[in-house]
Each structure stands twice: as structure tokens, then as C-alpha cells.
Design a protein around this ligand. Sequence first.
Ligand code: FNR
Length: 392
Amino acid sequence: MAAEPVNLNEFQELARLALPKMYYDFYAGGAEDEHTLKENVEAFHRITFRPRILVDVSRIDLSTTILDYKISAPIIIAPTALHKLANPEGEVATARAAASCNTIMVLSFTSSSSIEEVAASSNAVRFYQLYVFKKRDITATLVQRAERNGFKALVLTADTPRLGRREADIKNKMITPPLKNLEGLLSTKVSSDTGSNFEADANETMDASLSWKDLEWLRSITNLPILIKGILTREDGKIKAPSDDMSIALFCFPCSLRLKEDSFPFIHSIKAVEVGVAGIIVSNHGARQLDYSPATISALEEVVHAVKGRVPILMDGGVRRGTDVFKALALGAQAVLIGRPVVYGLAAKGEYGVRRVIEMLKDEFELTMALTGCPSVKHITRKHVRTEQERI
Ligand code: FNR
């Protein structure tokens, strides 16, 4: 029995020891020089606290609400591919851990357990992550299955017109096991039955022409709320209008009324908020797509300022400590998602490991709240942190 880890980084080391090198590299790796991969973590280190003292923190309430779902802490499971590489129970174990921690799991489009298996395994609140394939009916079929199986929201990952260059996978000649939800749906060489190099073949399958107007198509095939994952700039977060007052007025229109750029020439671009998304996830895909994209904690505030509270903003990338969760909330996120630590927990100790990863992060976050003088998540403000630019 491996030693009991005391933090998330120790889970990473246990996972490294437990997994074949090819699989560990698949989980741990990032794009190209892995500059952004390091930055995702290190940018958190450059933010310090402005703790307040003599606040009654004898009781701390970590809970929060995301899209009407009350969860025990602002820590959600990010969509990550192929959990069966980490543990034979795959995403089913992860979903059970999510349920026992009372949090949300976002199931990956490229999961190794099926939508139905995951739905049957626990009563966790589940969101379903989507890629849009050139063959739209494949994506539409999966949306319907997610709806039928009680998934509560869709997360459209929008930073993947093509897959980033993950050199470890290229060197290891990474072969993925079957993609359970795609069984029988793909006629290309991306085989769901025998396993394949999905990473390489996906470029032929993904719809690289996907653009903002296709959100209408997605909205037309589902009633589920849609979150967009992969936003890193203010331009993609907001309507660009001459004045904030004007854009606030526009947001008073009923949701069903679609504003057209040509009828409102002062709108230069129609982006996430206007197309009616239910939430935004500031993410660089765990640094697996575009190297030298910014660390997500560095990009967060820009998007927060643009969105002005109109929809909830979540973030992921590099969250490894409870202090990181606090920093993200102080800079305007409503919750964080964690990717790699979950698969490391799963690889090291199965469902129990995932539970421990979430519990540890919650414990650290609670301690941070106590030591900064914040008895509930509502008490966490911008004034509790100092970014590098603000250093004196
Ligand atoms: C991912 N991520 C991801 N995102 C997504 O939308 N669909 C997916 O299938 C996957 N698959 C995936 C596999 C692996 C192995 C990793 C590490 C990541 C990205 C994921 O949702 C999330 O954005 C990052 O993992 C967050 O960064 P951290 O927590 O891993 O640092």
C-alpha cells in the first residue's frame, strides 16, 4: 500500500509510480515546450494574500451554487479523457467520488466509460463536455444521450479546432483505448472498437470550421444550458459596444430576442455572453493546446471585467492548492475545475483517491478562508489578494 499523500503534488508522484510511462505522460504532458503548463501553476505562486485579522471564522461555509446546483465547495471535476487508463473502473469511479464529495463532474466527450454507465453509477450532478465533429449528427446524438441520462448542462470545449502538439504522446506512439460513447458512430479510422491514436486522428474528425454562429445550431438541438470552455480574452467574453451602459441595456432584452450585428452596427462582435451561454470557463485546456497562451489565473480578470457578472465564470488550469482556489475566487471565478489531480488520484488509489484529492483541496481551501478572515465564499473579495503588478 502506497503512503498516504498529504497534498495533491504527492498524488502526482504516486500516479507516476503506478502508471505505465505512456499513460502517465499522456495525463501529465502539455503542448510543445510546456511553457504554459509550468506557467499555469507558477502564476498562482506570484499572487499573494492580503489577509484580514480578527474576523469571526469559528464557522466556515465553503458551499456555493453553480447554475442552481448547490455544491459543497467551489471545486468541480474538469472533463479529462480516458479515465480507464488510470483505473479499470474509469469515469464510473470518478462519478462516485464526485457524488460522495457533493460536487459536479463534467464527463469528457472522449471518456472511456459510457454516458449510460456513468449516469447509472451515482447521483452526482453531471455536466457533459462536447466537441463538435464534422459529422454534426454524431455530436447531436451524444447531446440527446446526455439529456436522456440526466446530465444537467453541456460544456462546449471551444479551444480545439485542432489538437495541440503533445510531444510526449508523439514520442510514445500513444494509442488510446476504445472511446466508449463513439462506438458504432465513427466510420473513420478513429476506431471506437479497437482503440487508435485519437489524438492524431481527431484532426480529421473535429469540425475546425466551428464558429460563434454555430452556437445557434447547438441551442436549437438542446434545452440544456451551455457553458463555453476555453475563453482567454475579453474579446471572446463580452459584447463589444461603445459604452457599458449601452451593453447593459442590450442585456435587458428577453433572452429569446437575438440581436443581429447588421441591425445594431455599433456591435462589433457577438461573443460568449450575447449568444446566450449560461457560463464561461476560462481555460487553456490544461496547457495541452496552444503553448504560450497565458496562464489561466493571469487571464481570468480580463474576462471577469468584460463579462461584468452577467454569467458565471469558472476557471481551470494549475489549481493544486486550496490557496489557488481562493485566489481564483478572489479574482472573480465562481468555482474552479481540476483536471490532472483527479486522474492522479484515480491512478494512485481509485475512487478513494479521487475523493481524497477533492477533500484535501477543500480542507486547504477552508484553512485559507480561516486565515484570510473569510467565513464564507461570499466574503472572498478582490482585496484579499495582490497580483504581481500590484506589488509594492
Ligand atoms: C484534458 N482536458 C480536456 N478538456 C476537455 O474539454 N475535454 C477533454 O476530453 C479533455 N481531456 C483532457 C485530458 C487530459 C489528460 C488532461 C490533463 C486535460 C482539459 C481539462 O478539462 C482541463 O481544462 C485541464 O485539465 C485543467 O488543468 P489542470 O487542472 O489539469 O492543470
